[in-house]
Design a protein around this ligand. Structure first.
Ligand SMILES: [Zn+2]
Length: 184
């Protein structure tokens, strides 16, 4: 987004939320569910639903790159033995490992279900739409994050990734469906 735009976004939030989370004093680099949800809603306000969605997808994709740098070797995802596995096995292990990362290191709760050649990524406790009420699914950051992880995992293939249920819409969980067969 660039420093100027980030700065503008931070100014739109109540000071006790985003600015504090972004500050140098935030030693454990923690972000509250409120801040993450707020960030998404400010993006929608500022750039419209479509523009906000596009930005959130891009932020999600960028998050994967930084996350991989930080957690990739710990999770064993960057090791040669993993990289040599077949794509279906990599998707199976990758989804489970990735879900474990969220479940162990954040308050987000993820459950993975595999059915009909699809992976269902159920976010049972979701920071992205935390305390929001909307007409449409809004957890775009998670969609972007999964898109990028699949792209990386498959060595450059594109997969269909879609959020089909969202707590903000009144669903019990946020569910993102991944087609295990790539589009390209
Ligand atoms: Zn959600």
């Amino acid at each position: 987004m660039g420093v100027k735009r980030v700065d503008a976004i931070l100014r739109l939030s109540p000071p006790e939320n985003l600015i504090q989370d972004f500050s140098q004093e935030n030693a454990d680099h923690s972000f509250s569910f409120e801040s993450i949800s707020l960030l998404q809603s400010i993006l929608e306000q500022e750039y419209g639903p479509r523009g906000g969605r596009g930005l959130a997808l891009r932020i999600g994709r960028a998050c994967f790159k930084y996350g991989l740098r930080e957690y990739g070797s710990m999770l064993g995802l960057t090791e040669m033995a993993f990289r040599l596995l077949s794509l279906p096995v990599k998707l199976h292990i990758g989804a489970k490992t990735f879900a474990d990362l969220f479940n162990k290191h954040t308050d987000q709760r993820v459950r993975v279900e595999e059915k009909d050649n699809k992976i269902f990524w159920h976010i049972e406790r979701c920071p992205l739409c935390w305390e929001r009420k909307t007409e449409e699914s809004i957890c775009h950051l998670a969609v972007g994050l999964l898109q990028e992880s699949l792209y990386w995992l498959s060595g450059g293939k594109i997969f269909n990734v879609e959020e089909i249920a969202c707590i903000a819409k009144g669903d019990a969980v946020c569910t993102i469906v991944i087609d295990q067969t790539p589009l390209s």
